[in-house]
Design a protein around this ligand. Structure first.
Ligand SMILES: [Zn+2]
Length: 361
């Protein structure tokens, strides 16, 4: 079985489009953040915290929290609506790209799963993200984030009260300072986290919806092949995931971590192999360009200068990559455990002590 060039190209073009869509979704949090900011300032400028007793503090905290809860709820509702729309769009995209990829002479019309099936897949498949958010369902993932943000704001107010801070100081801790462009406040963290949640949720929804279409066409697709981004920002997990294949009904799917950009392409049993000269996009030391489609992440990285390799891998892994005497396959395997969680250098050393010795690490 081979990856079909037309499918590959359509998938990559679509991944670029999806990144733009993520940026649009991220921007939608802006007005909500302003509202959160305004609400907190309104509440905190009504009376001086230093005059408060514990009971009055608790009333203030409850009031602020219920207002924030309502704002986050409205944002989450809007995000969920958008996510379901994106899911339907993705399921449809996968069907049309499968249909278009059929070789000349084969009449094939890909099946499209129904709205209920796509919705169920998106909502009831856990996120593949490794780490603290691993295995969560979409709604719990979003809810967990909004809870954490509300707690952070409440914590800043409570701490301010117990440390005898003025309202001005508490507000400054939450909003940040103009001098630092408000990047030093709690709300800057909220904003960054909102972007991560939106991006990660979209990646999850797109993957699950596309898989629903792929599963609806079992005669044509039996495997999916992971496609990571070829640049220096790709994560340890995704560098090793690149070009790995999994059966349609098992194995992990992106996002493998928050802000993951990895996608996948269906492997069809249509015999049309990658044509001579097929390419994939990469951003290497010489900037953006096209490289042979057959290159995996590490075979591409091997052609980059040492400084670029170090930028992508970090200096120690870079040295191991160049001087450890490991094959690219072994180096790639060595990065992840059986559950595709990234291994630390210490854990890698336990598995390949000789390679570390050869590289002088
Ligand atoms: Zn990734």
């Amino acid at each position: 079985m081979a990856v079909n060039q037309a499918l590959f190209d359509a998938t990559i073009r679509h991944a670029v489009f999806l990144e733009q869509l993520k940026a649009g979704e991220v921007a939608k949090f802006g007005p909500f953040l302003k509202e959160i900011d305004r609400t907190i300032r309104n509440q905190l400028t009504q009376a001086d915290l230093t005059d408060y007793n514990q009971r009055r503090l608790q009333r203030l905290l409850d009031e602020v929290d219920s207002l924030l809860l309502a704002i986050f709820q409205r944002y989450s509702d809007q995000l969920m609506l958008d996510l379901i729309d994106i899911a339907m769009y993705e399921a449809q995209f996968e069907a049309s790209s499968l249909t278009r990829a059929a070789p000349v002479g084969i009449t094939f019309d890909a099946a499209v799963p129904g709205v209920a099936a796509v919705r169920a897949a998106v909502l009831s498949s856990p996120l593949s993200v490794r780490g603290t958010d691993g295995g969560k369902l979409l709604k719990a993932f979003i809810k967990g984030w909004t809870n954490a943000e509300r707690e952070r704001v409440a914590g800043a107010i409570r701490q301010g009260f117990f440390e005898g801070q003025t309202n001005f100081q508490v507000i400054r801790n939450i909003r940040g300072t103009a001098a630092a462009g408000y990047r030093d406040g709690i709300l800057a963290t909220t904003n960054r986290n909102a972007a991560t949640v939106a991006r990660t949720a979209i990646q999850h929804v797109a993957a699950q919806a596309r898989m629903e279409t792929i599963k609806a066409n079992p005669d044509v697709v039996r495997e999916v092949e992971m496609v990571a981004t070829l640049d220096s920002k790709t994560s340890q997990t995704c560098r090793s995931m690149d070009k790995r294949r999994f059966p349609v009904n098992s194995g992990p799917r992106p996002p493998f971590h928050p802000n993951c950009r990895t996608t996948f392409v269906p492997v069809t049993d249509w015999s049309e192999m990658f044509s001579e000269g097929a390419t994939r996009a990469a951003i290497g030391d010489n900037g953006a360009g096209q490289v042979a489609a057959s290159l995996s992440y590490y075979s591409w990285l091997k052609r980059q200068p040492a400084a670029f390799q170090d930028q992508a891998l970090g200096p120690t892994r870079g040295k191991l990559f160049r001087e450890g005497g490991l094959t690219l396959e072994r180096f790639s395997e060595l990065q992840l455990d059986r559950n595709f969680r990234p291994l630390t250098l210490e854990q890698m050393k336990g598995l390949e002590p000789l390679a570390f010795e050869r590289a002088g690490i």
